[in-house]
Design a protein around this ligand. Structure first.
Ligand SMILES: *[C@@H]1O[C@H](CO)[C@@H](O)[C@H](O)[C@H]1NC(C)=O
Ligand SMILES: *[C@@H]1O[C@H](CO)[C@@H](O)[C@H](O)[C@H]1NC(C)=O
Ligand SMILES: *[C@@H]1O[C@H](CO)[C@@H](O)[C@H](O)[C@H]1NC(C)=O
Length: 293
């Protein structure tokens, strides 16, 4: 009897949860047929396994790419990626959010391949109103080609946080009150692509893509958008400040994780590149909220 009651209430609870989530957030279960369009690559991008997997491929003639059918304005976007294995030097796999037009906003993950056994670099950037130049690069604490890992972008009116398997690697706060622009008004699509960038990705083109290894393949799965869909000039969210991701700030444990990543895995930080900015570092670099000192 007790267990019977228990299961009834679990079902009710489950239904309640489904209803609640269904109405207050557009959270797709992740089907590439439903969520994405293949936009280029002439058949090189393929949806597999009933929509569960998307495989991008690159050969000497072309790479390939996809874009989400929906546009989003704020949310938490997750994607699992398994990167090109073996000798991937010269290849770049991208996963990013972007709006359109000359003053576009963009939030980037790019994965720069390497020779077999040498580490991938995760290259990140944030564009606001068409202006980027905010690169931070990291090595990873695991082999990103051996298995799928979750790469997430949390984007709300206050902050942008890049996560890998739940560990924050980068924070870009809204500093509009100091005159620094922040992506806030332009809805973005989700993009992913695999292409050849051996003219810059290997430290200025040091290593060329080995085409004898082609086709190169990267796989995507479990796309999840806990996000507000922008459609016909309107948001699907009545009040986005009620969302779990809307006020998310890093708790002390996450702050520690972020510091751990920066201390041990950071390769490049534009905010420390005084040679590149002889006129002075970009203004946001002086408001460092994650500073250890
Ligand atoms: C490739 O490996 C070399 C040697 O370990 C390393 O210095 C470099 O940062 C790695 N990544 C890229 C994109 O060159
Ligand atoms: C949205 O929700 C927040 C938090 O619950 C609340 O403080 C705010 O007043 C709401 N805004 C509107 C326009 O309803
Ligand atoms: C802020 O400082 C920390 C520690 O020095 C560093 O890891 C982080 O990258 C800095 N943030 C920016 C945006 O430069």
């Amino acid at each position: 009897m007790a267990s019977y009651n228990y299961s009834i209430s679990s079902v009710v609870l489950l239904l309640l949860m489904l209803c609640t989530f269904g109405s207050f957030s557009t959270s797709s279960a992740g089907n590439f047929f439903k969520d994405f369009d293949i936009t280029w690559g002439d058949g090189r991008a393929k949806v597999l396994d009933n929509g569960k997997i998307l495989a991008l491929s690159l050969d000497k003639a072309s790479g390939s790419g996809i874009q989400s059918k929906n546009e989003y304005l704020f949310g938490k976007i997750d994607m699992q990626l398994k990167l090109v294995p073996g000798n991937s030097a010269g290849t770049v796999t991208t996963y990013y959010l972007s709006s359109q037009g000359p003053n576009h906003d963009e939030i980037d993950f790019e994965f720069l391949g390497n020779l077999s056994g040498e580490p991938y670099i995760v290259h990140t950037n944030v564009y606001t109103q068409g202006k980027g130049d905010r690169e931070q690069q990291f090595y990873l604490w695991f082999d990103p080609t051996a298995d799928f890992h979750t790469y997430s972008i949390l984007w709300n009116p206050h902050t942008i946080i890049f996560y890998i398997d739940g560990t924050p690697i980068r924070v870009f706060d809204n500093l509009e009150s100091h005159g620094i622009s922040f992506p806030k008004n332009q809805p973005m699509r989700v993009y992913s692509s695999l292409w050849n960038a051996d003219d810059w990705a290997t430290r200025g083109g040091l290593i060329k893509t080995d085409w004898s290894q082609a086709p190169f393949t990267a796989s995507l799965r479990n796309f999840k958008a806990n996000a507000c869909v922008w459609k016909s000039e309107k948001s699907s969210c009545k009040n986005s400040s009620t969302k779990p991701w809307s006020s998310q700030e890093l708790d002390s444990e996450s702050q520690e994780r972020l510091k751990w990543v920066h201390k041990n895995y950071m390769v490049y930080n534009y905010c420390e590149d005084t040679k590149r900015f002889p006129q002075g570092l970009p203004q946001e670099c002086t408001f460092n909220t994650t500073s250890t000192n």
